[in-house]
Design a protein around this ligand. Structure first.
Ligand code: GLN
Length: 485
């Protein structure tokens, strides 16, 4: 048996039952990394010494008879746009290739207090812009289930490392689908939490009104445990919600009898592959067999979500990324004459094509004369979209849709065609626009490429998403076996 294949809850039992040590868990995961990382490429940097030191501390606490947190001694890898004190945080960009944050993101403080082992920082699309992990300045990540295919993005490293057994859990960030779409393509479970439930302090901002940090794992219980550890109010984030959260993992059940699952017909139209629809319908039938009720609903504004998303997210990105100017952070052009030239050269050389495309688009939609035509319209749409979801939740408890319209595509297949790449998020973006929680869980037939089923809930109803997902896990057994590489 390999420790790296086990879930966090299994490992926790073994640790507290003195059946294994945290150092052994760390060594098992690093052994797996040594064996597969040159093929998968999940990581941008490894923090072996820090992880082993953290493991020894956990072992000492167990030996002293202290109680430990369910994540103590568990390898949790972190997307490289989440600030880690003393460890590079590059956003997979040349612009931040040498940036070492002097502080931790709030989620990192929480995880360190819990006693996690961080194996390293994870690859991503540059500044979280992309759906394939191919826009990373450093190298692409490959899908552990088929190395010719992409892992999805932007949190491609976060999903690939968990699918490959190179970490037990990971954190990603999701602005328009970046936790769920890679989870769908890599066969992992990924949660995009309700906007405001997880602090964004220390997350390098892409589109502040849409960004959320969230967990990726191989069991529903592990994902619930990690979410329960990072959520909560934070005075360092002005958009953080003031409320109490239940103990999601302790209250986890797969009882879906009487649960009304809404099926929005707009999510099953043209562009969604037949095999994806079939897998989802089969899974929903199984939930019906457990007493869930399937109800058809309609979300007619779905068609406009993609356009509104690229206006809002690019507008916010153009403003957020203005700070990268060669003066305050990271990369600085070598030869320049005067301040304007410094800005121009630094930004031309430091950002990749996709980031520049978003900055230009964002600057355009915010410019005078176009602001009302584009940005204001998109913000109006945002209100209408949230209201439409609220109406749907009057007749159902959760919604079920595909996470991605297709299975993982080949490296290079969509890379030269931004519009095709943007369409990869067609099923995930409306959730961010409305600030809702959603989870992606594997539902495909075993033996083929993974397919993700997305459950969407009303704000702060993560418990319902866990319940529906847990039911499927109970029916099907292990949903996320580690990829054989
Ligand atoms: N793929 C989407 C984009 O490129 C979503 C990214 C994200 O969620 N960070 O904008």
């Amino acid at each position: 048996m390999n420790f790296y294949e086990l879930s966090a809850s299994q490992l926790h039992k073994m640790l507290t039952g003195k059946k294994c040590s945290a150092v052994e868990i760390a060594e098992s995961v690093f052994g797996r990394i040594d064996a597969v990382e040159d093929r998968v490429g999940s990581y941008l940097c490894l923090t072996r010494d820090n992880a082993l030191e953290a493991a020894r501390k956990v072992d000492a606490r167990i030996a002293a008879g202290e109680e430990i947190h369910p994540l103590a001694g568990i390898p949790v890898a972190i997307k490289d746009n989440i600030c880690t004190k003393g460890v590079t945080t590059t956003c997979a960009s040349r612009m931040l290739h040498n940036f070492v944050p002097p502080y931790n993101a709030t989620v990192m403080d929480k995880l360190e207090a819990a006693g996690i082992l961080m194996p390293g920082k994870l690859n991503m699309d540059e500044f979280a812009m992309g759906s394939s992990c191919e826009t990373s300045y450093f190298h692409p990540t490959r899908n552990p289930h088929d190395l010719e295919r992409v892992p999805g993005g932007s949190s491609g490293g976060s999903a690939a490392c968990v699918a490959a057994g190179e970490a037990v859990l990971s954190l990603g960030s999701d602005t328009g689908g970046s936790i769920r779409q890679p989870s769908s393509l890599c066969g992992t479970i990924g949660l995009k939490p309700t906007y405001g439930s997880v602090s964004r302090y220390g997350l390098v901002a892409f589109a502040s009104s849409l960004d959320q940090i969230g967990p990726i794992g191989r069991t529903v219980e592990d994902v619930a445990t990690l979410y329960g550890t990072i959520c909560g109010h934070d005075r360092m984030d002005a958009t953080s919600a003031r409320r109490e959260y239940p103990n999601f993992a302790a209250e986890l059940t797969g009882d879906v009898s009487g649960m009304r699952i809404g099926i929005p017909k707009e999510y099953y139209g043209e562009g969604v592959d037949g095999e994806v629809k079939e897998a989802i319908h089969a899974a929903l039938k199984e939930l019906e067999g457990r007493g869930a009720k399937l109800v058809e609903v309609s979300l007619p504004s779905t068609d406009y979500a993609l356009s509104a998303y690229y206006i809002i997210s690019s507008a916010e990105a153009s403003s957020n990324l203005a700070r990268f100017d060669g003066v305050k952070y990271g990369y600085r052009a070598e030869n320049f004459e005067g301040l304007t030239d410094l800005y121009e050269k630094t930004r031309s050389e430091g950002f990749g094509d996709e980031v520049k495309r978003r900055i230009m688009l964002g600057t355009f939609v915010l410019s005078s004369g176009y602001y009302d035509a584009y940005y204001n319209k998109a913000k109006l749409f945002q209100k209408a979209c949230a209201a439409e979801f609220a109406r749907a939740f009057e007749v159902c408890d959760v919604l079920a849709t595909p996470t991605s319209p297709t299975v993982a595509f080949k490296l290079g297949e969509n890379f030269g065609d931004p519009l095709k790449m943007y369409a990869a998020d067609i099923c995930t973006i409306a959730v961010n626009i409305a600030g809702l929680p959603a989870i992606s869980i594997p539902c495909g037939p075993t033996g083929s490429l993974p397919i993700g089923l997305q459950f969407i809930g009303p704000k702060f109803a993560e418990d319902r998403l866990f319940r529906a997902s847990r039911a499927l896990e109970e029916i099907r057994g292990n949903l996320c076996p580690v990829a054989s590489l």
